[in-house]
Ligand binder design. Structure first.
Ligand SMILES: [Fe+2]
Length: 410
């Protein structure tokens, strides 16, 4: 308000659509290179760090902010005490309970530093480095996955545009170039030694969110919500586009649950495999904002919970529970409603045996915005995917990105 204009730039405004004068370009490049023009709007992820602290963040390092989980008040910036210089980070670190694992992109050296930060610490330590193999810049990594022993780093052909930054001009894909000819790869890093144990070419893909990964024999399985190698999803939520009268009803691109099989023995077979896990008709044409029972993080698992987009619609308008084994789905939808990312809420007591005493149940929790502009918190039974309760909110909530469930005793 004090400046009468935005001081920091959001994702789609990191470069101007028109480069302007030479001086404007120089100012822009200096602003991006020094970080002063980068956003500090921590509006993407919310992470309990496993040490009673809760962090909000986006893709810039300076956006890391601590909040009070009770009041949601901002406590202040999260200050890293290490000397790992770097302006960018992935928006979806993996928190295991004992540590946070994340990636720091290295645009000019075509790679990512893989780092860990122990619970209770503010100091990140480098585990290893991923050397991207295609193009001249690293692939954008919005999220990645871990197994019990490995970190799975995807390299998709949506790459940071070094030329776009230096020319100070947005590309057709904001700050990225879509370069399918540069190849797609999957890198497997040992969580303990930091060594790259496999780096395998895979079919072209476009994914924002990895669901989970696990070890199976001599291969790594990694699942994600995948857009049939079509990067248009990064434009799908542009406000002017959603508001456009020319918008057709299929505004959100088709997506599937895709499974990568990555051999760990290097080059046999020469490529990793990619398959559609189940026919998207079963869960809906779109699938995004996935979650799982966190007890299965990094382990073989069966169920995925996610938002779906049931046609015809112009937004993610359903919830789905996908059974990866039986290749079935249970779906929840209410006409005109838009649910948030679903959160898995484990019943207290963990793996208690069923008795004749009511044992409670695992839940799915989602905030739903209705066609009337108000909203409610929705509880579904995680087994049957049937509604247990809803609590109407006295106000409407705008559509958000990610959130989390924090048990009271954490
Ligand atoms: Fe995300």
């Amino acid at each position: 308000m004090a400046h009468g204009r935005p001081v920091h730039r959001e994702f789609s405004q990191l470069c101007p659509s028109e480069p302007g004068s030479l001086l404007d370009r120089v100012r822009n490049v200096v602003g991006l290179g020094s970080g002063t023009l980068l956003s500090d709007n921590a509006n993407i992820s919310v992470l309990p760090l496993g040490d009673e602290r809760v962090m909000c963040l986006t893709e810039t390092t300076k956006s890391s902010v601590l909040i009070d989980p009770e009041t949601l008040d901002t406590i202040g910036k999260f200050h890293y005490t290490d000397r790992l210089w770097g302006l960018l980070q992935t928006t979806h670190p993996v928190v295991t309970g004992t540590e946070l694992l994340t990636l720091l992109p290295d645009i000019f050296r075509r790679g990512h530093r893989v780092v860990r930060m122990a619970a209770g610490s503010n100091e990140r330590k480098v585990i290893g480095r991923v050397h991207c193999r295609g193009g001249h810049a690293p692939g954008w990594v919005h999220s990645f996955a871990v197994t019990e022993n490995y970190i799975v780093v995807p390299e998709m052909p949506l790459r940071y545009s070094v030329a776009g930054v230096l020319k100070s001009q947005l590309t057709p894909w904001y700050l990225f170039d879509w370069l399918p000819e540069s190849g797609s790869y999957m890198h497997i890093i040992c969580r303990f030694s930091g060594k790259t144990v496999a780096s395998v070419e895979i079919p072209p893909f476009m994914a924002l969110h990895f669901i989970n990964a696990y070890e199976q024999g001599d291969a790594i399985i990694a699942d994600c919500c995948e857009y049939y190698a079509d990067p248009s999803v990064i434009k799908a939520l542009a406000l002017h586009r959603l508001r456009s009268p020319a918008m057709n009803k299929d505004a959100f691109p088709d997506a599937r649950v895709a499974r990568f099989r990555i051999p760990q023995d290097g080059n046999r077979p020469p490529m990793g495999e990619l398959e559609t896990v189940l026919d998207p008709v079963v869960h809906s044409w779109g699938v995004e904002m996935p979650s799982i029972n966190p007890a299965y993080q990094g382990k073989e698992y069966r169920y995925v919970y996610a938002c779906g987009a049931r046609r015809p619609c112009n937004f993610l308008n359903s919830l789905t529970k996908i059974d990866l084994v039986e290749k079935e789905a249970k779906n929840w939808q209410e006409l005109g409603s838009v649910p948030s990312e679903p959160f898995f809420v484990a019943r207290p007591g963990g793996l208690m045996k069923m008795t004749n005493v009511w044992r409670g149940c695992d839940l799915q929790f989602s905030i739903v915005s209705t066609m009337e502009g108000d909203g409610y918190a929705l509880l579904l039974d995680a087994v049957t995917f049937e509604e247990i309760a809803r609590v109407r909110l006295p106000y409407g909530l705008p559509y958000g990105f990610h959130g989390c469930w924090i048990p009271e005793n954490v």
